[in-house]
Design a protein around this ligand. Structure first.
Ligand SMILES: C[S@@+](CC[C@H](N)C(=O)[O-])C[C@H]1O[C@@H](n2cnc3c(N)ncnc32)[C@H](O)[C@@H]1O
Length: 296
C-alpha cells in the first residue's frame, strides 16, 4: 500500500485526473517516486493510484509555473501603467512621512475561517502593507496574534513578507490588549452603535483580521465588549448608500483610513475605495441602513 497522504490521494481519483482511456496505461508507466521493483509489488489499483498521483503532482507544477508567469505579466503591466502615468508609482520610503497613527490587524480568528478565507485574509493584509507603502503618509501597522494557519500562509505563499519594511508593518505574537493601554484601544466594527467622526492619533484602532462572509455577526463587537474596550463603526451611512450591509473588507477599511488621514475627507475616501457596485443602485448618497451580504 502506498503511504500517500489522504489529502493528496483524493484528487487524482476525481475528474481532474487524466480522462479514462486517454492517459498512459499503468502497464507502460515508470514511477519516479519508487523503484520499479516496489511498484511491481503493488496491486493494479494501487499502481493506478501511484500513477495518477505522480501525474497530478506533475500537473500541479505546471499550474504553479503558469501562476508565476501570470504574476510576472501582471507586474510588467503595472510597470507599464506607472510609466504611462495611469497608476501611482510606489514611493521611496524617504518620500513618505510617518503620520503617527497606530492601527492593529487582529489575526486571532484562524479557527473561524476555512482555507479559502485564510488565503483571502492573508492577501488582504498584504494589500494593507502595499497601501501603506504607497501614500504620502504611512501609519504604524501592527499585525497581532498570528495563529498556525495564517502563519503558515505567510511563511509559504507570502514568504516575501520578511522583506517588508518594519516601519510599515510589524508582526507580533502578542495580542494588542497586552501591548497598548486599554483606554487607548478602539475596535472597528460595523455592528457598533458608535460612529467615529475623526481619527485620534492618540488612539490605537483595531481592525478584525477575518473574512467570514457574515457568518459571525457581532463577533468583534462582542470581543471588544468582553475586553472592555471602546468600539466604533465608520461613518459610511452618513456619506453613501450601500446596497447591502456596511461590512467591508480588512484592506478596504485600512485603505479608507489611510485616505482619510491624507485628505481629512470621509466621503472621498469611501468613494475612492468602496467599489461602485456596492453602492445602492450604483449611486452615492446618504440615509440608508439595511442588512445583506458582507461586501468582500
Ligand atoms: C469582514 S469584516 C469582519 C466582520 C465580522 N463579522 C465582525 O464581527 O467584525 C473585517 C473587519 O473590518 C472592519 N469593518 C468592516 N466594516 C466596517 C465598518 N462599516 N465599520 C467599522 N469597521 C468595519 C472590522 O474591524 C471587521 O472586523
Amino acid at each position: 500500500m502506498t503511504d500517500l497522504p489522504a489529502s493528496k490521494r483524493h484528487r487524482p481519483d476525481n475528474q481532474d485526473a487524466a480522462p479514462k482511456g486517454k492517459g498512459p496505461s499503468v502497464d507502460d508507466f515508470t514511477p519516479t517516486t519508487m523503484s520499479m521493483d516496489d511498484f511491481n509489488k503493488l496491486s493494479r489499483n494501487q499502481k493506478k493510484k501511484v500513477m495518477r498521483q505522480e501525474m497530478w503532482d506533475q500537473r500541479s507544477e505546471e499550474f504553479k509555473e503558469k501562476k508565476r508567469m501570470k504574476r510576472n505579466e501582471a507586474r510588467k503591466r503595472q510597470k507599464r501603467r506607472i510609466a504611462l502615468g495611469e497608476a501611482p508609482a510606489k514611493r521611496k520610503p524617504e518620500d513618505q512621512t510617518r503620520s503617527g497613527h497606530q492601527f492593529v490587524i487582529d489575526m486571532d480568528f484562524d479557527s473561524k475561517m476555512i482555507d479559502k478565507e485564510i488565503k483571502s485574509v492573508c492577501s488582504q493584509v498584504g494589500r494593507c502593507y502595499s497601501a501603506n507603502r504607497q501614500g504620502p503618509k504611512y501609519v504604524d501597522l501592527h499585525v497581532t496574534k498570528l495563529h498556525e494557519k495564517c502563519r503558515h500562509r505567510f511563511d509559504t505563499a507570502i514568504a516575501d513578507h520578511v522583506n517588508w519594511l518594519k516601519t510599515h508593518v510589524m508582526f507580533h505574537d502578542k495580542e494588542y490588549i497586552d501591548m497598548f493601554d486599554k483606554d487607548k484601544l478602539v475596535y472597528f466594527t460595523a455592528d457598533s452603535p458608535n460612529v467615529v467622526e475623526t481619527l485620534d492619533p492618540e488612539k490605537v484602532y483595531v481592525i478584525g483580521g477575518i473574512v467570514d462572509k457574515n457568518r459571525y455577526p457581532r463577533l468583534t463587537l462582542d470581543k471588544a465588549n468582553e475586553q472592555g474596550i471602546a468600539h466604533a463603526q465608520l461613518p459610511i451611512g452618513d456619506y453613501i448608500q450601500m446596497a447591502s450591509r456596511k461590512v467591508i473588507t480588512v484592506n478596504q477599511i485600512f485603505e479608507i483610513l489611510l485616505k482619510f488621514i491624507e485628505t481629512g475627507d470621509w466621503k472621498s475616501a469611501f468613494l475612492d475605495v468602496i467599489p461602485q457596485r456596492k453602492f445602492k443602485e450604483g449611486k452615492a448618497g446618504a440615509e440608508q441602513e439595511s442588512h445583506g451580504s458582507e461586501s468582500e
